[in-house]
Write a protein that binds this ligand. Structure first.
Ligand code: GN1
Ligand code: MG
Length: 369
């Protein structure tokens, strides 16, 4: 288990912060890394930075991980500044250690990195206004377009086969077979639900192998809370959580955004009657995404947008269930059944997407006109 402690003196003496350390607070909305905002007094004002503990259980090669992130953020900075944008707010930057390393390993062997704090911005954990979702879509679409010319093959695969749903399905079946935590007997109906949809798992992987879908530089973790919104305009200004920026399919990014943001309930809602796919939010996101990235997408990619929402939700569901069966070794949990609750919302959402699939197709066609 990772605890929430860090040694402020040790961290402060190993990075070049501007000002006198005056406090830190956790900012943990993800399931993987540990994140803090740290504050420094300077001339009557406060300078903020983001301090993040890299989860090296998940990201096994922090050198490759940070090489990807530094290269991609430098590339983004170049594009943003040539477009007249504000590089301090529109992309993350890595602050190196005093030894000029991209991360610091502390005395306990924990890995820390520091990013700029995006000023005058906010994040969202759920959608309260459909325009916010439209703005998130534009931000992720723009992010993908900005990286369109980035040489895909130079990126390390930080987690191999991250969205290879065929290999995810295999891992899931292994988790059922091994039943490490002795929980399979309690979740037979969820296991059956997952097994019954095996054929979906292969669809995108096959199209990619056949060359019918293009490999792009994608974000791969396009949750709503991975966009910072501008406090004044509400626009999505900065895409964060760049650990999984790797070669991938645009459909992974689109589908994962719908999975998280167009759900009418939280990812871990216990009352499944609250879980459904909002067609209104689906439409907002599709409009925003096509408006920002539409020109670069192929007809085949656009056609598959509704399917990608279903597939990414299914994939996430089997990952949560697999982790539950493995004894909660991957995702951070707050209570013992947390992964199971998450899996159930995902499967409920898959079911609802299946019911609304024809309408999602109609909406997608209308947005693409
Ligand atoms: C994890 O760290 P966070 O919460 O942004 C996970 C995603 C899942 C997501 C489910 C590296 O993302 O793949 O979709 O949880 N990230 C990793 O909420 O596994
Ligand atoms: Mg993440």
């Amino acid at each position: 288990m990772r605890d929430n402690y860090f040694d402020a003196d040790e961290i402060c003496s190993n990075f070049c912060f501007d000002g006198e350390f005056c406090g830190a607070y956790p900012s943990n909305h993800g399931h993987i890394n540990n994140t803090y905002v740290i504050e420094f007094k300077k001339n009557g004002g406060i300078n903020r930075y983001v301090l993040q503990e890299i989860n090296v259980n998940v990201f096994k090669n922090p050198d490759e991980l940070m090489e990807n992130i530094e290269n991609v953020t430098e590339y983004l900075s170049g594009i943003i500044s040539s477009n007249g944008g504000d590089v301090q707010r529109e992309t993350l930057h890595v602050f190196r250690t005093v030894d000029n390393k991209p991360y610091y390993v502390d005395r306990q062997g924990r890995h820390w990195r520091v990013y700029n704090y995006v000023t005058d911005s906010f994040t969202c954990q759920c959608i309260d206004c459909p325009t916010t979702f439209y703005n998130a879509a534009k931000a992720f679409g723009r992010f993908q377009c900005m990286l369109d010319g980035y040489p895909c093959h130079t990126l390390h695969e930080t987690i191999p086969d991250f969205h290879n749903t065929v290999s995810r399905f295999r891992d899931f079946k292994d988790a059922v077979k091994n039943d490490r935590a002795g929980r399979a007997k309690y979740v037979q109906s969820e296991i059956e639900f997952a097994l019954a949809r095996e054929k979906d798992a292969g669809v995108l992987v096959e199209l990619l192998e056949k060359g019918e879908l293009p490999l792009r530089v994608t974000h791969n973790d396009t949750k709503l809370n991975n966009v910072m919104f501008d406090e004044k305009t509400g626009e999505g200004i900065c895409v964060i959580d760049l650990d999984t920026v790797m070669p991938g399919l645009s459909l992974y990014d689109f589908g994962d955004s719908i999975r998280f943001g167009a759900n009418t309930a939280a990812e871990d809602e216990k009352d499944l009657s609250k879980v459904s796919l909002s067609l209104e939010l689906y439409e907002q996101y599709t409009r925003g995404y096509l408006c920002a990235a539409g020109d670069s997408l192929t007809q085949r990619e656009i056609e598959l947008l509704p399917f990608s929402a279903k597939l990414m939700t299914y994939e996430c569901g089997i990952r949560f269930l697999g982790d539950y069966l493995n004894g909660d070794v991957y995702f951070r949990i707050d209570y013992p059944e947390h992964n199971l609750d998450r899996c159930r919302t995902q499967f409920k959402l898959v079911e609802d997407i299946e019911k609304k699939f024809d309408r999602m197709i109609d909406i997608t066609r209308a947005c693409a006109k």
